[in-house]
Design a protein around this ligand. Structure first.
Ligand code: HEC
Length: 110
């Protein structure tokens, strides 16, 4: 019986995980960028940590045409007073291309 249990326990989830990972590639590249820049030390997609949940940020800016530019500025220069007591430190070393990707990724969070 264990002989048959093994493929079910490991084979199928691994295959599914591989398929999901392949589908999620572009988002994953940006998530790696966020990881590298410590964004995820203060933020999570679905829950508030030090900073607001990215899905809450996405909801707040939904439908605003200049949302991406605003968030790029917030990330580059830091932000204070919009979400609570704590400020976000500036990230002056991020390139425009990276800021653009991060802002778009945050805005796509659900
Ligand atoms: C030290 C903790 C910390 C780090 C690191 C951090 N944030 Fe934040 N972030 C915050 C806090 C706190 C706020 C809320 C600021 C406020 O109330 O205006 C915030 C707000 C934001 C907002 C909303 C800004 C707005 O204008 O509404 C975005 C988008 C954001 N962060 C993205 C990022 C990204 C991307 C990174 C990585 C490059 C990052 N954060 C790194 C703490 C952090």
């Amino acid at each position: 019986m264990t002989r048959f249990a093994n493929p079910l326990a490991f084979g199928l989830p691994t295959l599914l995980a591989a398929a999901l990972q392949w589908l999620a590639l572009p988002a994953q590249a940006t998530e790696a960028l966020a990881q590298k820049n410590n964004c995820l030390g203060c933020h999570a997609v679905a829950t508030k940590l030090v900073g607001p949940a990215y899905k809450d940020v996405a909801a707040k800016y939904a439908g605003q045409p200049d949302a991406q530019a605003q968030l790029m500025e917030s990330i580059r220069k830091g932000s204070a007073g919009k979400w609570g007591e704590l400020p976000m430190p500036p990230h002056p070393k991020l390139s425009d291309a990276d800021l653009k990707k991060l802002a778009a990724w945050v805005l796509s969070a659900k």
